[in-house]
Design a protein around this ligand. Structure first.
Ligand code: ADP
Ligand code: ADP
Ligand code: MG
Length: 667
């Protein structure tokens, strides 16, 4: 066994690998760029080696620097994590050359599976079912249209060297093939330096289900069941679970056996993932094999009890697998939500800045939090904007999903845009709960983007009752601060009116042991819902933890100039609890309208202007491309939302813009 391992990665995955090394008594070496000086992974490791400037191309991706860091520290093996050099065969070969073990599969397996066209050919040979399509690089638009017509629409155009959801287009007509072919080719050339593109059938209502495999250097390969990763945006995963609510035992076994057969054809000797796309009739087709540890591996660990990183290290050291196929458990359910610094309101664009607040549910037997940042860390533009992978375990799907949803209620992130409310909205969505999902789930349920969620009436009423208790405690505190405020005598039992935005809810409160009893009514109607709120919450605490009618409730509470904000279940509720007299006055307050910005094209994220597509005085049509802005290595095309005429152009190519900076003004 090794006694020192270098982790050629950063962030949460570096931290996660270090945890297993510690458990095994192996010393660790971190590498870090200038941007990661002082980062969590660097502090967790026993030693750390500086490898250069922030840009990955000059640090984490430079093979020579990693090899040199191994030599300098005497590390005998390297775990590459995911991304970066994890699927780079030159890296694996360079390590081999230097006599350092690569904690991943053999070089030939990486090579064979690194290319989507070649790996599909191999899969075909191994008897694995593949998506119908044309297995070759396509030379031009004409050929693309011809092949697409033969396959039958819709089709998927894909970069053979692709990854991370890049270089992929769906086409439903010959026109779309022509368009998609050129944009996929360009994206492939820019992202991967390889413009080979192929075409396959687009599977409608697809579900993404993948099989975790594990092999050793002695010819043993087993599968550790599946993960379903159908909740995606931009062909990238956000919520994953194991097992899949869609598979029956027979399909699971068939997919597992095909995955093992494929792994065996390349003498696979590490942890790897065989990805399948599954149709509504449970027909399944091979997509690609990822020859590394997958981002979402924790859900598999939670249901099988197997530490995948430990297994990778053991097999890299030459040990034979000591788990037999029949010993692999499938126990309970696990769900993972990827918490990203990104803005779901603005098309999931990455956001950057300082994590001023970062709190979440404490880790336990049922909650796992894989993170690489702490409060105060910077989410920079240089790397993947992931903050954490929050996972919950339960005896069944309902329990796991409910636990994860509750853990998100306990999550507080401030300082940067994030997707926590969006994740809550997905987990609490009735369609998600029913398990009736596909990779189109997000696009279908939020066709115009996510602009916040509305709680069902029951949960909303519970939050109004929570607001009432919070208000009572705040008022009580205000009256006991030295008695200088001259407020009228405190009346705990009283009638109040809660304003939720403009909607009004009459509340009748009565003091009770450990909280209060609240009747939440509706304006103009008699009666109401009786809710018992109990909590030890004290003014100033950021989280309300307690019960409503005996049910545990966690909500984040923040003061506002006129009332409070409660964040719960993905919703942000601005609530003001008022006396009947204050309510009368509040109704008379003039409403403040936000300024009309429809005559401006604003920059949706901090970024660099790649091009401006229009000139002053030019008429534009709805949907026309107005400007291209690059942020986090992604080009974002900004389009006209309605017909109009450009009055003024405020930015030019090469400008670096802040969020909401005005790019164009319309007449
Ligand atoms: P997974 O299926 O594990 O989510 P992905 O293929 O989406 O795997 O990639 C995992 C991570 O690896 C991404 O978050 C990204 O950081 C990185 N990655 C993978 N492929 C690429 C690529 N071609 N370009 C840039 N980053 C990539
Ligand atoms: P990447 O290397 O970027 O991970 P994949 O081939 O694994 O590329 O595809 C990523 C995602 O794109 C899948 O999870 C799925 O949502 C979608 N996808 C890919 N191929 C197809 C297809 N033939 N039909 C339907 N969806 C597909
Ligand atoms: Mg994939």
């Amino acid at each position: 066994m090794f006694d020192k391992i270098l982790i050629a990665n950063r962030g949460e995955i570096a931290c996660r690998v270090i945890k297993t090394c510690r458990k095994l008594g192996i010393r660790t070496v971190a590498v870090y760029s200038d941007a990661d000086d002082g980062a969590l992974h660097m502090r967790m490791a026993d030693e750390a080696v500086h490898i250069g400037p922030p840009a990955a191309a000059e640090s984490y991706l430079v093979i020579e620097k990693i090899v040199a860091a191994c030599k300098q520290t005497g590390a005998q093996a390297v775990h590459p994590g995911y991304g970066f050099l994890s699927e780079n065969r030159k890296f694996a070969a360079a390590l081999k050359e230097a006599g350092i073990a690569f904690i991943g599969p053999n070089v030939d397996a990486i090579y064979a599976m690194g290319d989507k066209i070649e790996s599909k050919k191999l899969a075909n040979k191994a008897g694995v079912s593949t998506v119908p399509g044309f297995l070759g690089a396509i030379s031009g638009t004409e050929e693309a249209v011809k092949i697409a017509t033969e396959i039958g629409f819709p089709v998927m155009i894909k970069a053979s060297a692709g990854g991370g959801g890049k270089g992929m287009r769906i086409a439903r007509s010959a026109d779309e093939v022509a368009q998609g072919f050129s944009s996929a080719t360009n994206e492939a050339k820019n992202s991967f330096g390889d413009d080979r593109v192929f075409i396959e059938k687009y599977i409608e209502q697809p579900r993404h289900i993948e099989i975790q495999v594990l092999g050793d250097k002695h010819g043993n390969v087993i599968f550790l069941h599946e993960r379903e990763c159908s909740i995606q945006r931009r062909h990238q995963k956000v919520i994953e679970e194991a097992p899949s609510p869609f598979l029956d035992a027979k399909t699971r076994k068939a997919m597992g056996e095909q995955a093992v057969a494929l792994a065996k054809t390349v003498n696979y000797d590490s942890a790897g993932t065989v990805e399948f796309i599954v149709g509504p009739d449970r027909s399944f087709y091979f997509l690609e094999m990822n020859t590394r540890l997958q981002v979402e591996h924790p859900v598999t660990e939670l249901i099988t009890g197997i530490d995948l990183v430990e297994q990778m290290i053991r097999v890299a050291a030459g040990e034979a697998l000591d788990i037999r196929q029949e010993d692999v458990k499938l126990d309970g359910w696990a769900v993972e939500a990827r918490i990203y610094a990104e803005d779901p309101v603005r098309g999931f664009l990455p956001s950057t800045g300082r994590l001023v607040r970062w709190r979440t549910a404490p880790e336990s037997d049922d909650i796992r939090n894989d993170t690489g940042v702490v409060e105060g860390s910077e989410i920079s533009m240089f790397y993947d904007p992931m903050i954490s992978k929050l996972c919950a375990y339960g005896k069944d799907r309902d329990e796991a999903v409910s636990r994860l949803s509750a853990a998100l209620d306990e999550t507080w992130i401030a300082g940067i845009g994030h997707n926590v409310n969006f994740l809550s909205a997905v987990l609490d969505h009735p369609r998600f709960r029913s398990g009736n999902i596909s990779t189109n789930f997000i696009a279908e349920e939020w066709p115009n983007g996510f602009a916040g969620t509305v709680l069902p009436d029951g949960r909303r009423d519970a939050m109004l009752a929570v607001a009432a208790l919070v208000h009572v405690r705040n008022e009580f505190r205000a009256r006991h601060l030295g008695g200088k405020l001259g407020l009228p005598e405190w009346q705990p039992d009283a009638d109040w009116i809660a304003f939720l935005g403009k909607a009004e809810f009459p509340l009748t409160l009565s003091d009770a042991e450990g909280g209060c009893d609240v009747k939440v009514g509706q304006k103009g109607k008699s009666g109401g819902k009786a809710l018992k709120v109990r909590s030890a919450w004290k003014p100033g605490e950021p989280f309300f933890r307690g019960t409503v009618n005996g049910q545990p409730v966690v909500a984040r509470v923040a003061p506002r100039p006129d009332g409070l904000r409660i964040v719960h279940g993905g919703a942000e509720l601005d609530i003001a609890v008022r006396t009947p007299r204050a309510a009368e006055l509040a109704r008379l307050m003039p409403e403040k309208l936000p300024p009309d910005m429809s005559k401006y094209l604003l920059c949706p994220m901090p970024g660099l202007v790649v091009s401006i597509g229009v000139a002053e005085g030019e008429p534009v049509k709805t949907g026309q491309a107005l400007a291209v802005v690059e942020a986090m290595k992604m080009e974002n095309v900004l389009r006209a939302e309605r017909d109009g005429t450009v009055k003024k152009v405020n930015a030019k190519k090469g400008d670096s813009l802040a969020v909401d900076q005005v790019i164009l003004e319309f007449a």
